[in-house]
Design a protein. Structure first.
Ligand SMILES: [Mg+2]
Length: 170
């Protein structure tokens, strides 16, 4: 299914250097809000910084692509200075493509990670890169978000079903 992510993890740092190497990923496009930081915060926590350092040490290029506005992204990226793109309107691919270009990335070795199927995962699928989904750090409780999560449910179920089938075949 077009919407199904390639991989679902429990949190951003479950995407380890070892796992990335196993999948042949050298370029990473990261969502910011609710993937790396909750909406209430604007700078990366030490755990995020430590994880990014590990990626850097392993020569894995990183970029940020967010649907949120530029001032928030600039603040988040202030000390990091990675290629970063705001107002991205994911699932549109435009800024994801820009991020790939900025990293010198090719599709085969690029992954994206985000917390939303209908923006992050779909953009990655449209682009033909490896897609990683994580649960939102702290989900909003407004009716629109709850409705979105409801729509995501069967897609997540399809992912786990497929995974189970794969495991049984091993
Ligand atoms: Mg997000």
């Amino acid at each position: 299914m077009k919407f199904t992510p390639d991989l679902i993890l429990d949190s951003f740092d479950a995407l380890t250097v070892d796992l990335l190497k196993e999948k042949g990923i050298r370029y990473l496009i990261l969502d910011v809000d609710n993937t790396l930081i909750p909406y209430e915060e604007d700078v990366p926590r030490p755990a995020v910084l430590a994880w990014l350092e590990e990626l850097k040490a392993a020569d894995i290029a990183v970029s940020f692509v967010t649907n949120n506005h530029r001032p928030r992204l600039l603040k988040f990226n202030e000390a990091l200075k990675y290629p970063a793109f705001a107002n991205s309107c994911k699932p549109f691919r435009r800024n994801m493509k820009k991020a790939m270009r900025a990293m010198g990335a090719d599709r085969e070795h690029t992954a994206n990670m985000g917390d939303q199927i209908f923006t992050d995962t779909l953009a990655g699928r449209f682009l033909g890169i490896y897609t990683v989904l994580v649960p939102p750090i702290k989900d909003k409780r407004d009716p629109f978000t709850r409705f979105k999560r409801l729509l995501e449910r069967p897609i997540k179920r399809a992912y786990y079903k497929k995974k189970e089938k794969k495991n049984n075949e091993k």
